[in-house]
Design a binder for this molecule. Sequence first.
Ligand SMILES: Cc1ncc(COP(=O)(O)O)c(C=O)c1O
Length: 368
Amino acid sequence: MERVPYLDLQAQYNGIRTEVLAALEEICESGKFAQGPATSGFEVKFAAYCGVDHCVSLHSGTSALHLALRCLDVGPGDEVVTVSMTFIATAWAISYVGATPVFVDIDPVRRTLNVDNLEAAITSRTKAIIPVHLYGMPAEMDRIMAIAERHGVPVVEDAAQAHGARYRGRRVGQFGQIACFSFYPSKNLGAYGEGGALITNDASIARRARSLRDHAQSQKYLHDEIGYNYRMDSFQGAVLSIKLKHLDEWNTARIDCARQYTELLKESSYTLPAHMSDSECVWHCYVIETPERDRVRSALQDVGIQSAVHYPVPIHLQKAYADLDYRSGDLPVTEALCEHCLSLPIYPELSKEKMSRVASVLLDLENR
Ligand SMILES: Cc1ncc(COP(=O)(O)O)c(C=O)c1O
């Protein structure tokens, strides 16, 4: 029985091994382990790839979101509108600055912030909006930006799952005042450790983020405000520069995988993810929905097929946010997706044979 892993980082490593090891060796020889040419070189390349002026390399996607809100001076008493259907870090950043997250439901098809609900969530205390390009699908940025601009509220794109995705022909990260990326190893562009970045066209935001990530030093050992150690290490910068050259090709392979799954499963009763004509989704996850999620997942597991659940409990119902007083039923589309979602194996090297096997097991399960 051939195992199908959820993700196969080893397969990707095999293709870049020589180049990666040489780059790491060079860093060891140079002794520049932090904030050296490897991180600044990556910043220039990633900004150019995203089509923006500035990239600030950081330690994680979570630190990117945190610094984004610090750079916008969001603080206690403020509200930030976002989705509950995301990884918890989106909300952590809001809490780290002492602000309150305000969650809006998602669109059932796109699975990103439902723009029809956005305006009603904005109050005089709203200091930022964080749409999330969930599973690699861009949120509806034109409509979000129009509403945000009308209310004078800045937008921070959480692009942690969507490196290289396009909305109406433009790469994500070009729409909001700031966009945040994670380079966690499993991401479409993943480091060999932790990593993140913030991108922006605003030079003053980039300057402030560079200062905050390095203990807010204006000169060595002189600190202008409360800062952090959120620097990216050189190894990660080097690995990311090498991997960035392959990102488009890897994303194209993911798009092919998604098309194939959709073709194989189109007659099934599973709810399949939408392919939106206004966007190029980069398929960080291929998420089907079934009311029998747990049964299907364990049956896949029994025959050696790994899957994942992104995410089992929405943020508004997490214990950590009990004091916000949300109730079950407040965000019905989010809650239904959390109950029914199942992420199928997807990665650029996933073979057609493996996908056919996943699909045939899924089709078989329908008839049991
Ligand atoms: C949507 C989203 N936001 C933020 C993050 C946080 O990134 P990191 O794990 O690099 O801190 C992630 C990572 O999983 C994510 O998926």
